[in-house]
Design a protein around this ligand. Structure first.
Ligand SMILES: Nc1ncnc2c1ncn2[C@@H]1O[C@H](COP(=O)(O)OP(=O)(O)OP(=O)(O)O)[C@@H](O)[C@H]1O
Length: 322
C-alpha cells in the first residue's frame, strides 16, 4: 500500500545540535508504526516537523504528498497528541473540545462522540486543569480524534498511565489501524513497542538505524526457538540433529531447537514414536532481536552510523531492563 507520511532527507538543527539528521522513511496505513529511540534521539522534533510546528533545516516531510501547512483541512486529516498537558486548563473538557471543533470546522456533535469514545463523558463538565495525567491523555486523544482524521500521531502516549490506561491506549491504537488509519506512535521503551506496533522505525542521534516488522524481527532472530520437553530427550535430540535441527539443552533438560519449526518437530517425534510433553514456539524478545539487528547492520551496512547504532541499542536495552 502507498505510504501516507513520507520523510525525505529530513533534517533539523538547533544551534549546535543536529536533532534530526537526513532522516528518510515512509509510514503506511492500516498498521501501527512505532517510532523507537532513546530520549533525545529526535522523535518529538520529527513529529513536530510532520505537523508543521518546526521548520526543517533540510529535506522535507509530507502527509498524503503535501506539507502539513498545505493540507486544506488539517484537523480532519491529521490528529495528534504531542503533549497531553497542553490544554487550556481553565476550560472544561467539553468547552476545550468545542473550541477545537469550532476552530477546525468540525461539527459540534463530534464533541460528545469523542468524549464517549475516550471514556470522559462523566467529567465533561469539569475543568481540564484539574485532570490527572491519565485523564489528560484521554482528553488529548479525544482532541486528536475530533476531526475523524485518517492519520494519527502520538508522542509517548502511555507515559504516566496506569496499567489499565496503557491497555486502553494500546487497544485504541490497534483499532484505529484496523480501521485503515495510519498510526504513528513514538516511544523510548522497546517493550512498549513490542506490545503495540506492527512495524518499527528505530532512530538514534537523529538518524535511522533500523526498520523492520515486529514479526520479522522477533521470528527471524537467532533467539527464536522451539522449546521441546520429551521423556526421551536424548533420542529426540539425535533425530532432530539428523534432520538439520540445531539443538541445545536447557537447564531443566528441555530441548531448545532452531532451524526446524514446531510442526516438523512434532511430525518427526511421531514418526519415531518418541513422546512429546511440550512443544512451544518461543519468539525472541524485541530487545534481543534488536541488539542482533544493530550488530548485523554494523557488520554489513556502510550507511548506518555504527556508534549511534551501538549507543541506541544500549540505551534501549537499559530502559527495557529497568
Ligand atoms: N527547541 C529546541 N531548541 C534546542 N534544542 C532542541 C529543541 N528541541 C529539541 N532539541 C534538542 O534536539 C534533540 C532531539 O530532541 P527530541 O525532543 O526531538 O528527542 P526525542 O527523541 O523526542 O526525546 P524525548 O523523548 O526526550 O523528547 C535533543 O538533543 C534536544 O535537546
Amino acid at each position: 500500500m502507498d505510504s501516507v507520511i513520507k520523510a525525505d532527507e529530513l533534517s533539523k538543527r538547533f544551534g549546535d545540535t543536529q536533532a534530526v539528521d537526513s532522516l528518510s522513511f515512509e509510514v503506511r496505513p492500516g498498521v501501527v508504526t512505532g517510532f523507537l529511540g532513546p530520549n533525545g534521539a529526535g522523535k518529538s522534533t520529527t513529529m513536530r516537523m510532520i505537523l508543521g510546528l518546526d521548520r526543517p533545516t533540510g529535506g522535507s516531510v509530507t502527509v498524503h504528498g503535501k506539507s502539513y501547512s498545505d493540507l486544506p483541512a488539517p484537523i480532519q486529516e491529521v490528529g495528534s497528541v504531542l503533549d497531553a498537558k497542553a490544554v487550556q486548563s481553565g476550560l472544561t473538557a467539553h468547552a476545550h473540545l468545542s473550541w477545537m471543533a469550532k476552530a477546525g470546522g468540525v461539527p459540534p456533535r463530534r464533541v460528545d462522540e469523542v468524549l464517549e469514545q475516550v471514556g470522559l463523558t462523566e467529567v465533561a463538565g469539569k475543568r481540564a486543569g484539574g485532570f490527572s495525567l491519565g485523564m489528560s491523555q484521554r482528553l488529548g486523544i479525544a482532541g486528536a480524534l475530533l476531526g475523524d482524521p485518517r492519520v494519527l500521531l502520538f508522542d509517548e502516549p502511555v507515559n504516566g498511565l496506569d496499567p489499565e490506561g496503557i491497555q486502553w491506549v494500546r487497544t485504541l491504537m490497534r483499532d484505529l489501524a484496523r480501521e485503515g488509519r495510519t498510526v504513528f506512535v513514538s516511544s523510548h521503551l522497546m517493550n512498549e513497542m513490542e506490545e503495540t506496533a506492527d512495524h518499527v522505525l528505530v532512530i538514534g542521534r537523529g538518524t535511522l538505524i533500523a526498520e523492520a516488522s515486529i514479526g520479522e524481527l522477533t521470528q527471524r532472530s537467532s533467539h527464536a526457538h522451539v522449546r521441546v520437553v520429551s521423556p526421551d530427550a536424548a533420542g529426540l535430540n539425535e533425530v532432530l540433529a539428523r534432520e538439520g535441527g540445531v539443538v541445545r539443552t536447557g537447564e531443566a533438560g528441555e530441548l531448545l531447537v532452531t532451524e526446524l519449526d514446531s510442526a516438523r518437530i512434532g511430525d518427526l517425534a511421531l514418526e519415531h514414536r518418541i513422546g512429546v510433553h511440550e512443544l512451544t514456539p518461543v519468539r525472541a524478545s524485541l530487545e534481543a532481536a534488536f541488539l542482533e539487528l544493530t550488530a548485523d547492520a554494523a557488520q554489513f551496512s556502510s550507511t548506518v552510523d555504527l556508534s549511534a547504532a551501538a549507543e541506541t541499542a544500549r540505551a534501549l536495552a537499559d530502559e527495557g531492563s529497568r
